[in-house]
Design a binder for this molecule. Sequence first.
Ligand SMILES: [Zn+2]
Length: 169
Amino acid sequence: MAGGGAGESETWAQHRREMLGAILAREDTPCPACGYNLRGVRGESCVECGSALRVGVVTDSARSGPWLVAIIACSMAIGFDAVASLLMLIPIAVSLFVAGGPPIQAFAMLGLLLMLGVLSAALLVAILRRKRLYHGPAVRAQWWAAAVLTAAIFIGHLVGGLLIVLVIA
Ligand SMILES: [Zn+2]
């Protein structure tokens, strides 16, 4: 309907207010900001914290918990590998000047650390870029994915650490 845009959006805003009221009248609904139970609250703001309220579409699939665990696991691995690599560089640099070059084992250890770091970084990039893929399955599957990823990173570094110890020994 031409020219009726303003009136129509006004009606729609009114309709959304009514939907909000209908939901709060019937359901226990925690305030997204402060958690106060909004059941029975009238109006468009939380009576506890004053946050503005509106109705919207939500999904249980977009849970941030498992997503964050996966990101933190990768980030911690990258940080660990970066610090360990930097620490490795010090004795390598020293032996370059003092002992006429570091032993080949030092480069093997550094290479292993860098490889683990690059793998962890690739995992992180994949998780960040494939957000839709990660959030697609049920939340339970997302937690499993996060747990398996964390375990894989941990075991990968454990095996890498054991290899380093064996090389030194
Ligand atoms: Zn609130």
